[in-house]
Design a protein around this ligand. Structure first.
Ligand code: NA7
Length: 543
């Protein structure tokens, strides 16, 4: 069906989420022929798929917005502090319309394989409808949390009732009224959806393996005061975000949590609690992520808050995180999550005490009990950061597959490229700040870097770029050493790949911060692409 369309491009981009959309725009403007391949039937990426009740951003939406089109600041006003999934999807669609992006996006198209042809210096990309595309450059804009984790619960195919995944929710929605529902998982998606599922259903049982930290979202209209932070000079605010630690402007804490009195500390934690923003967690003290005792002070504060919200003391204890440090797993923002357990028809089951033995035709059997359900919801997360990349059959130079190259964990230079895979770029790949930051800021930085790099290669007469072994191995080492300075690797988190059985356990995102990372990238460029080998009609350059 695509036979009459061109199949030769300068750039093939995979994914029409916020990364792929902006990448398309920049490539077009830079005069490259580009196409986006997208498996869904519209733009939006993660906001297209994650339609579960309560799905929202957990970065304020004034921050989680494109900065590359300043008109958008005026044309689009977010209705709440944290916009819902439908509103964010509408925003993506609005941008697609405004910039006429869809004409270069091929929807309903899945990339099955991509193979590098070294003689021609081009990627050959095969899609699910059997067509082949050929491109000089290949950009994976496939997202960090886009490949749902395959259920690793025994018997999950046996259940004959309704089965839902938060990550691929039915477009027509789900009506839980009068139903007995089981939810597996208590990560961000579960914390957002459980209160709304509970409002509808007859009976709800939540199967919890690890309790999570959550601070109140305090959603609603954004306060004038918070809005003023950005409104007084939007461009300066965006620039500050680009040079901040997490892609959201915030003050840098100067003090250790252990340097102040308990009273003063609790006052600070109260204001973090009141602020209801994840940026506040890292802005209170400078050693929350590096010092176990400092982190413990925050852990105790949050757990006391949980205890105050939950009536039944045993349930409250189960909901208090006790085996990981604050922020070592992705903290959540919640609206009535803990209070939901005060409802008589909602029960919490502790899988650490009583693991799931098997899912059955009619429900879930744990070692100690048997539950009957009309519907089971898997809120079990994603094969994060690498899943969508190695999910495509990618073959680079000399028949090397990305899957093999990353067998012991992802190998990248700057989270942007990988040795053996010339001209293949990843947007917010492993080894870049990505999921530890406001994704909009990190996406824009990578898209700008990739586009500017291609423009620079074209100008200099090069058409191949690949990192050197040395640069890549040092970057991987730097990543690991940096992560090891913190408490982050101690948790069984998806940051570590620990949520997927058999996945190599390495800390996946770069923890040095958006600012430091940007500085490193800028220096690489300023030093003539330090750490990259460039070649093409005008010869070779090795830095
Ligand atoms: P998460 O944060 O990975 O949460 C998944 C949850 O599911 C988490 O509580 C897991 O427990 C639980 N889980 C996963 N597998 C199992 C099995 N086999 N048995 C029991 N429980 C299980 O995914 P989300 O979709 O909530 O959020 C992903 C990100 O999207 C989020 O951080 C935001 O950045 C946006 P565990 O903690 O592994 O013990």
């Amino acid at each position: 069906n695509n036979n009459n369309e061109p199949s030769e491009f300068d750039v093939v981009i995979v994914g029409a989420g916020f990364a792929g959309m902006y990448q398309l725009k920049r490539m077009r403007d830079a005069g490259f022929s580009a196409i986006v391949l997208e498996v869904a039937d519209d733009v939006g990426g993660t906001w297209y798929w994650n339609r579960y009740p309560g799905a929202r951003c957990d970065i304020l939406t004034v921050d989680y917005s494109y900065s590359w089109d300043p008109e958008l600041e005026k044309e689009w006003v977010w209705s709440e502090r944290y916009a819902t999934q439908p509103e964010i999807l509408r925003y993506a669609q609005f941008v697609a319309d405004k910039h006429d992006l869809r004409r270069d996006i091929r929807f309903n198209t899945r990339v099955n394989a991509a193979r590098w042809n070294d003689e021609q210096g081009r990627w050959v990309i095969t899609t699910n409808d059997g067509s082949q595309l050929n491109a000089r450059y290949y950009v994976m804009a496939t997202g960090c949390l886009s490949m749902p984790k395959v259920p690793d619960v025994a018997g999950s195919e046996r259940f004959t009732g309704e089965v839902y995944f938060t990550s691929t929710w039915p477009h027509k929605g789900v009506d839980f009224s009068g139903k007995r529902v089981g939810v597996i998982g208590t990560g961000s998606s579960a914390v957002q959806s459980i209160p709304l599922i509970a409002e509808q259903c007859e009976q709800l049982t939540v199967f919890q393996r690890t309790p999570n930290f959550a601070i109140p979202a305090r959603n609603g209209a954004i306060s004038e005061e918070r809005l003023a932070e950005y409104k007084k000079d939007p461009e300066a605010y965006r620039e500050e975000a680009r040079w901040s630690e997490i892609g959201v402007p915030r003050e840098r804490p100067q003090l250790s949590a252990l340097q102040v009195s308990e009273e003063e500390r609790n006052e600070h934690y109260e204001s973090m609690w009141e602020e209801g923003e994840l940026r506040a967690v890292g802005a209170v003290y400078n050693d929350i992520l590096t010092n176990a005792d400092a982190n413990d002070t925050m852990r105790r504060f949050i757990n006391d808050k949980i205890r105050a919200k939950v009536d039944d003391p045993a349930t409250a204890e189960l909901l208090c995180p006790d085996n990981h440090y604050v922020a070592s797993k992705r903290p959540c923002l919640d609206t009535n999550y803990f209070e939901t357990y005060n409802l008589p028809h909602v029960k919490l089951l502790d899988l650490r005490d009583d693991p799931i033995a098997t899912i059955t035709e009619t429900g879930i059997d744990t070692g100690k009990a048997s539950f009957e359900f009309d519907a089971i919801v898997f809120a079990t997360g994603f094969d994060a950061m690498t899943g969508a990349l190695v999910g495509v059959d990618i073959t680079g130079r000399d028949g090397l597959t990305l899957r093999d190259a990353w067998d012991h964990g992802p190998q990248t230079y700057l989270g942007l490229m990988s040795v053996g895979f010339p001209n293949l770029f990843m947007i917010t790949g492993p080894g870049s700040p990505s999921v530890l930051s406001n994704m909009m800021v990190s996406i824009e930085q990578h898209v700008d870097l990739i586009t500017d790099t291609l423009v620079s290669l074209r100008k200099k007469g090069f058409d191949r770029i690949e990192p050197t072994e040395l640069a890549q191995s040092r970057w991987v080492q730097h990543n690991n050493e940096f992560a090891d300075l913190t408490l982050m690797p101690s948790a069984n988190s998806w940051y570590m790949g620990a949520n997927v059985p058999g996945k190599p356990q390495v800390f996946l995102p770069y923890i040095g911060g958006v600012d430091r990372y940007r500085m490193a990238c800028d220096e690489v460029v300023a030093r003539n692409y330090l750490g990259f080998a460039l070649s093409g009609p005008s010869g070779q350059q090795l830095n």
